[in-house]
Design a protein. Structure first.
Ligand code: AMP
Ligand code: MG
Length: 410
């Protein structure tokens, strides 16, 4: 049996980022850049108007007041998408819309609230200020500037910036191909009627959601019976197609827990089995070729906890995330009430932490059984009670891991 620290180290030591690949921009959302990206254009692309109004020359408007407006002859109308045909010269102006090119000769835009149109003349009632209401070519970025560098995550804002800069595709780390195999003769998909001795498969659903939060679409198998041959077929197929295979249930020491021996039959090399933790003690991790194989104990809270603590970091590392960003965000909080605990194992407790006047405080929730999901739903963090400690008294400082609200929240 190994410690939680050793388990995570072993997983991450085996886990390299995936081979970078070129992706169309739309498909790259949420991925990590594997190289710097240069702008294809200046941003803004050209000098343009920031407002609806009139493009003028400052010097023609210096005398303008509300009572004695300046009269300018209007030359043309320019709207977004139109190339101006005429410039602005002495005592003239052009009607201009937001996003339109500033006509040659104009140096400022007077907003329409400060102008009145009279036939083909415009009465300007306040002096223009040179450069006012103009968005200048290249003021944000120049063509061939590095807009986003290697390692940046393609957040919604980053996607918008790349698209604006004309980048149609980019080289990113790939998303893992994850296959989830729930095992257990008792399992039935929710929505179907339950027969005696059956329960609903919940792990496929919690895992699918947690994997989905990372922008990865997992392939979910139907629940597989505790039967060597069936499990062998599913696992060997998954090993061919997946980078990460997650098998739920059947990894403990029961008479029908075949998954470890089936994995051995599939030539999966065991890296470790069993971690001194609660819940999730029988956690298994192995390798075959490029595939990473996780055997999760089937109790729903153990499954989700092991995902967050061990598989999520592995998937994020594969996706090219920096190692400093792949773990759940850690904090230290003061325990509100004492917690009973056995020594020689780390206990991950579903807990609720909040900021108080005295600092961060955490309360371990009722019902910590590994078969119970209500406390997981009500938790916003995991309180980590260290391996070497017995009962932990109120007032102790303990580590907490915030449960992720979103894959990109950090
Ligand atoms: P196992 O790890 O197969 O020994 O299963 C431990 C407990 O988790 C048993 O009570 C199983 O019925 C339950 N279990 C296993 N797989 C699932 C699943 N996919 N969804 C919900 N409960 C499960
Ligand atoms: Mg089972």
């Amino acid at each position: 049996m190994i410690s939680i620290k050793e388990a995570l180290e072993k997983i991450l030591a085996e886990q390299l980022p995936g081979e970078p690949e070129e992706q169309k921009l739309l498909s790259a959302s949420g991925c990590v850049l594997a190289g710097d990206v240069l702008s294809k254009v200046d941003l803004p692309v050209f000098d343009s108007s920031a407002m609806d109004g009139f493009a003028v020359r400052e010097e023609d408007t210096l005398e303008a007041t509300k009572d004695r407006p300046v009269r300018l002859v209007m030359k043309e109308e320019v709207w977004a998408g139109k190339v101006p045909e005429r410039g602005v010269s002495k005592k003239t102006c052009s009607r201009i819309m937001t996003g339109a090119i500033i006509p040659h000769g104009a140096d400022s835009v007077v907003i329409q609230e400060e102008a009145t149109l009279e036939d083909d003349e415009v009465l300007i009632s306040a002096p223009a200020v040179r450069g006012a209401n103009i968005r200048f070519k290249g003021e944000d970025l120049h063509k061939n500037d590095v807009i986003l560098s290697r390692g940046r995550v393609l957040t919604p804002a980053a996607m918008g910036l790349l698209a604006h800069a004309g980048v149609g595709s980019c080289v990113v780390y790939p998303r893992p191909k994850v296959v989830v195999i729930p095992t257990g003769t008792e399992l039935v998909k929710p929505g179907k009627p339950l027969k005696e001795a059956q329960i609903y498969d919940s792990n496929s659903y919690s895992l699918n959601a947690a994997i989905g939060q990372l922008g990865i679409e997992a392939l979910l198998c139907e629940p597989v019976m505790d039967d060597r041959e069936s499990i062998f077929n599913y696992v060997s197929h998954a090993l061919h197609m997946a980078t990460h295979v997650i098998i739920c249930g059947g990894v403990s020491v029961g008479d029908y827990d075949y998954n470890k021996s089936v994995l051995a039959d599939c030539d999966v090399r065991e890296v470790f089995w069993k971690v001194s933790q609660k819940p999730g003690r029988p956690l298994y991790y192995g390798r075959k070729g490029k595939a990473h194989v996780f055997g999760l104990p089937g109790n729903p809270a153990s499954t989700l906890l092991c995902f967050y603590e061990y598989i999520r970091p592995a998937l994020l590392k594969y996706m090219g995330y920096d190692e400093s960003k792949i773990l759940l965000t850690e904090d230290v909080a003061v325990l509100k009430e004492s917690v009973k605990k056995k020594a020689q194992r780390t206990e991950f407790c579903r807990a609720y932490a909040e900021h108080t006047a005295q600092g961060l405080s955490v309360c371990v929730l009722d019902k910590q059984g590994s078969h119970i999901m209500t406390s997981f739903v009500n938790a916003n963090c995991l309180a980590i009670l260290p391996e070497n400690m017995h009962d932990v008294p109120a007032g102790s400082s303990v580590k907490i891991h915030w449960l992720p609200a979103s894959p990109l929240c950090r």
